[in-house]
Design a protein around this ligand. Structure first.
Ligand SMILES: NC(=O)c1ccc[n+]([C@@H]2O[C@H](COP(=O)([O-])OP(=O)(O)OC[C@H]3O[C@@H](n4cnc5c(N)ncnc54)[C@H](OP(=O)(O)O)[C@@H]3O)[C@@H](O)[C@H]2O)c1
Length: 484
């Protein structure tokens, strides 16, 4: 469908929830404000909670922002947008509820049926019920037909390889793989999308993007908050399943993959190859941590709803090895932690040290390595660490940064990840979504060690809330001294 014409029904299942209200519908409004939605569109929310259209509109209004239409125009745009938002309640496992939903859709769409996107903003435990009821009510048109039907689903996609496979099978009883858009919202982030431009639109990186020049790659995610009352979701899941197996592994794939044939579905082919080349993580390659009390904050085990003997990890560092000619011998060091001393997500490519240089008298221990740092959040930037002469008399060297800060370098607004991804669903571009093969390969990297941790009840190492993480990090990093 061309974004400027056509007819689109965007159906949000679980529309009473957090994701729908905070992310999905505000992203649709942002697209609307940029004239990126088709001329005819309707948003139809569905959940069990009873609500009128008016109450639904009121609920979502609180989260719509005027980023793209500041000033007086915004109120008008909001009124127009909200007039196209509707809500129906029903049961997720009921064919009748979805037949009634179909009736509403037909009234809203007019004489011609619209293209339909079903956005599953609900916990995965009910994906199957919904898919089944949608299929039973005749709401899903086969892949390849016009107007088309697509479905968007969110992580978590299972908790290990077997449960992920089961979930995939359940969805596939109703939807074809070509219709399924699995969101990993990190892939919609501006700096992550720029990774491909950085790598494949510049000449200088390709010759050094390999084991001959790269010493190690760090992919790090840190947040300063703990679980904030989400014990029900987080306990037993832990940070490897929540962040590392999906977001960080996807970033690794984009860093390590070969250039795709084109920027559409072929990106996924290259990511799958890399993911399949990663050796399964072993327990020796892992540091596990759990936050304890610190700085006046509760420890994880004191959080409401967390068992006093919980072994759930709130911090993990894993060393991954990619078995390929490009990357053999280069450790990819992934880390993710809650209740740490900073908030940030970044990719740090550390190059090998300069050998045989002429500055040995000043730097007998070796020059610091060049580093390319891709900061995903909070302050989007690309930095390149180089050695530089300090201006002045004499020859003093300093490690300095060439710094491309998005906030000062670009005038335009940085879109929210969901805006970019929802637009891709509308356009039918699957490049930034996770295909089934990727999902399988990602779980294969972590499933054996996750099972071992659970079966042997391996205790994570405590670290203080607000600290840099468990002491085991230093021991792990000492195994990878800088190389020439
Ligand atoms: N929130 C985020 O930022 C975020 C980010 C990434 C991924 N996700 C994933 O996206 C999905 C939705 O997230 P969310 O935060 O919006 O979840 P949520 O608020 O817990 O659930 C969304 C809606 O689903 C219905 N629901 C919840 N639990 C249910 C149950 N056990 N049985 C039947 N219906 C239930 C509720 O609506 P009714 O009771 O009205 O039916 C609820 O309003 C989850 O899988 C989550 O892991 C969320």
């Amino acid at each position: 469908m061309n974004a400027q014409n056509g007819n689109l029904s965007f159906i949000v299942l679980g529309a009473s929830g957090d994701l729908a209200r905070r992310k999905v519908i505000p992203a649709l409004f942002a697209l609307y404000c940029q004239n990126l939605l088709p001329a005819n569109f309707q948003v139809l929310g569905f959940a069990r909670t009873k609500m009128t259209d008016e109450a639904f509109r009121e609920m979502i209004t609180a989260h719509l922002t005027c980023r793209y239409t500041p000033g007086e125009a915004c109120g008008e745009r909001m009124t127009e947008f909200l007039a196209r938002c509707f809500y129906r309640s029903g049961r997720y496992d009921s064919r009748e509820s979805f037949q009634a939903l179909y009736g509403t859709l037909r009234e809203l769409e007019g004489p011609q049926e619209a293209c339909r996107i079903f956005y599953f903003a609900v916990p995965p435990a009910i994906f199957h019920d919904i898919a089944h009821a949608l299929g039973g009510a005749g709401l899903v048109r086969p892949a390849g037909s016009q107007p088309w039907t697509r479905v968007v689903i969110e992580k978590p996609f299972g908790t290990d390889r077997a449960s992920s496979d089961e979930l995939s099978q359940q969805i596939k009883t109703v939807f074809d793989e070509r219709q399924i858009f699995r969101i990993d919202h990190y892939l919609g982030k501006e700096v992550i999308q720029n990774l491909m431009a950085l790598r494949f639109a510049n000449l200088i990186f390709e010759p050094i993007w390999n084991r001959l020049y790269v010493d190690k790659v760090f992919i790090s995610w840190a947040e300063t908050i703990g679980i904030e009352g989400r014990a029900g979701y987080f306990d037993g899941i832990g940070v490897i399943r929540d962040v590392m197996q999906n977001h960080l592994l996807q970033m690794l794939a984009l860093v390590a993959m070969e250039q795709p044939v084109s920027l559409t579905k072929y990106v996924r082919d290259e990511k799958v190859k890399v993911l399949r080349s990663i050796l399964p993580v072993t327990i020796e390659d892992l540091v596990l941590g759990q936050y304890a009390a610190g700085g006046g904050q509760k420890g994880y085990r004191e959080e409401p709803g967390v068992p006093a003997d919980s072994i759930t990890s709130t911090y993990a560092m894993a060393v991954l090895r990619v078995r390929s000619r490009r990357w053999s011998g280069v450790p990819f060091i992934l880390s993710a932690g809650k209740a740490l001393d900073r908030n940030m997500t970044e990719i740090r490519i550390q190059f090998k040290r300069t050998a045989g240089h002429v500055f040995l008298d000043k730097w007998p221990e070796g020059l610091p390595p060049n580093e390319l740092v891709i900061r995903v959040q909070p302050d989007e930037s690309i930095k390149f660490g180089i050695m530089n002469k300090v201006p002045g008399l004499g020859l003093n060297l300093e490690h300095t940064e060439l710094n491309l800060r998005y906030a000062s370098a670009f005038d335009g607004l940085i879109p929210e990840a969901y805006e970019s991804l929802i637009l891709d669903v509308i356009r039918g571009d699957p490049g930034l979504f996770i295909c089934e093969d990727e999902l399988e390969a990602s779980w294969d990297v972590f499933t054996p060690v996750l099972h071992e941790i659970d079966e042997k009840r391996i205790e994570p190492e405590p670290y203080a809330f607000g600290s840099a993480g468990p002491a085991g990090i230093q021991k792990m990093l000492s195994k990878f001294p800088p190389r020439w």
